[in-house]
Structure formats: C-alpha cells, structure tokens
Design a protein around this ligand. Structure first.
Ligand code: ATP
Ligand code: MG
Length: 267
C-alpha cells in the first residue's frame, strides 16, 4: 500500500498524474484510528533503534508553503521520545553558509547513529527556490543533482537511512490554507506576505520539484510523493512508510552487559 507513495523509478515525474486528494478509500476516522493503533509499536521501534545505535535515520520533508511540513512533524513524530528526534529547519543561508559549498551546512546536521533527524526543508532548496529564482546560474544548479546523489550515497554507505517525502498539495488547497491563516487570529502569525510571489511561480516550482523527484530518486534514498490535501491521510501514510522501514531492520533490544544475570542490587 505504501508503494502508492513511491516515485516510479526511471524517467520523468509528472506531478499532474499524482492526485493530492488520494486517500486509498479511507475515512478520516479510520486513518486516525490506525495511527493511534500504531503509536505504541512506533515508539518501541524507535527505542530499539536508539538502543542498537547501528543506523541513523534522516527524514527529509519538502513542500510548497502551507504544504503541511510543520503539521507533519507535530503529528507523525508525537509518539516518539523527544530525546531521540531532532528537527532541523533550513532557512535562507547566512553569509558564512553562502561562502561554502551548498552541502556544508547540511552535512553538519545529519543524524548520528541511533538518532532520527527530520529536515524541515533541506539541501533540495538549492535546486528549488535557488533554481526558480535564479540565485545561481543554471551551470551551477544543474550539477547539484549529481552532488546531492553522491552526498546521499555517502550518508547511506555510512549507515544512515534516508527517507524523502514531498508533501503534494494542490494549488487550490494552498489557497484555502493561506486564507484560513489570514482569517484565524491564532494562525495569522504564520502568514508571510512574501509567500505570495512564490505562489505566483507555482508552475515553475512544480517543474523544479519534478526534476528533483526524478533525478534524485535513488534506490538508496527514495522519494515518496505523499498525497497531502487530506492531512489525516498524509499523517497515516508517512507513519506507515517510516514504520515499514524500521520494521524491515528486524530490530530487537540489545542483550545488555555480560554478567547481568548475576547482578544483585544492594539494599
Ligand atoms: P516554512 O516556510 O518552511 O514553514 P518559515 O515560514 O518559518 O518556514 P521562512 O522564513 O519561510 O520560515 O524560511 C524558509 C525560507 O528559506 C523559504 O522561503 C526557503 O525557500 C528559504 N530557503 C531555505 N533554504 C534555502 C537556500 N538554500 N537558498 C535560498 N533560500 C532558502
Ligand atoms: Mg515560510
């Protein structure tokens, strides 16, 4: 079922062929019930993942504005121990960051073994906003797909598991969410007037996403196109993809130190 979310391998990606409304015939109630039923196991998997410290897990979230990155982080990772999860948001690069190669700031934030790190935006911005707004020349950004693939290969060869999620919403849904932010006094602070020119370039962004999804979808660091108009389905499917990956590791709790059988706790 989670296959539904995987980018097809080989060739191009046409986002128009992926419905942002897809929900696999589930209702909101069913999806929410499934997510709650999975919570305990999800938490156990993370504890074993931490206890074994064999691998690290890097989760990359990319989306248009109001695409649901923050909500995903809040909901999907809620069952987990906060000590085992770090969230890193990538904003506009600083001067020092711009004076280095584009992966410099990113490499510093990758998870150590046992940890889960969630990237809220990522190095993909360097082939998205940077490409659409022509912040560097085409000659520079064109090479970045190969740089990204090589970087992600280095990470996975070093024991990091990478799962990449594109939260796919429709332009209408973005309008609705931006309008809700304007209308709701508790959400108004999230509204950035600067997001409107980005919305105007919707088509250019979709094209840039299609290239990033196609050119950087690898067997070792796959992209998932998540139908994200329905937040509850988005949360369910992302939970499933992450849990399926963790289950595939066949984790168990480490045995503990030798000699524990003979230990008597003193009074
Ligand atoms: P978000 O929009 O992710 O919810 P936010 O509204 O809290 O976060 P913003 O100030 O919008 O924060 O920060 C993200 C901005 O930084 C986005 O416009 C993003 O495109 C931009 N950004 C991130 N990485 C880069 C990069 N490498 N080069 C240029 N701009 C970048
Ligand atoms: Mg923003």
């Amino acid at each position: 079922m989670t296959e539904q979310a995987l980018v097809p391998t080989g060739g191009k990606v046409n986002l128009a062929l992926f419905s942002p409304d897809y929900d696999d015939g589930m209702t909101k109630k069913q999806a929410a019930e499934k997510v709650s039923a999975l919570a305990e196991r999800f938490s156990e998997l993370q504890t074993m993942f931490y206890a074994n410290r064999k691998n690290a897990l890097l989760i990359i979230l990319q989306a248009m504005d109001a695409g649901g990155k923050d909500g995903t982080i809040r909901k999907v990772f809620a069952p987990l121990d906060p000590q085992g999860v770090r969230v890193i948001a990538f904003k506009k690069p600083s001067e020092a960051e711009l004076a280095h190669d584009f992966l410099w700031r990113v490499h510093q934030q990758v998870p150590p073994k046992g940890m889960i790190t969630v990237f809220n935006r990522s190095h993909y911005e360097d082939v998205l906003i940077v490409r659409v707004n022509k912040l560097v020349s085409e000659e520079v950004w064109r090479k970045r797909y190969d740089h990204i693939n090589a970087f992600e290969k280095l990470l996975t060869d070093s024991g990091t598991i990478i799962l990449k999620f594109f939260l796919h919403i429709s332009k209408d849904e973005q309008k609705k969410r931006l309008q809700d932010r304007l209308d709701d006094p508790t959400e108004r602070w999230k509204f950035a007037i600067g997001d409107l020119p980005v919305r105007e370039k919707w088509h250019d962004y979709q094209q840039a996403y299609e290239d990033a999804l196609a050119l950087c979808h690898t067997e070792y660091a796959p992209w998932h196109i998540i139908p994200a108009n329905k937040k509850w389905y988005r949360n369910y499917i992302i939970t499933r993809v992450i849990m399926d990956k963790l289950e595939s590791l066949q984790l168990s709790f480490p045995a503990g130190e030798v000699g524990l059988d003979k230990v008597v706790i003193p009074d």
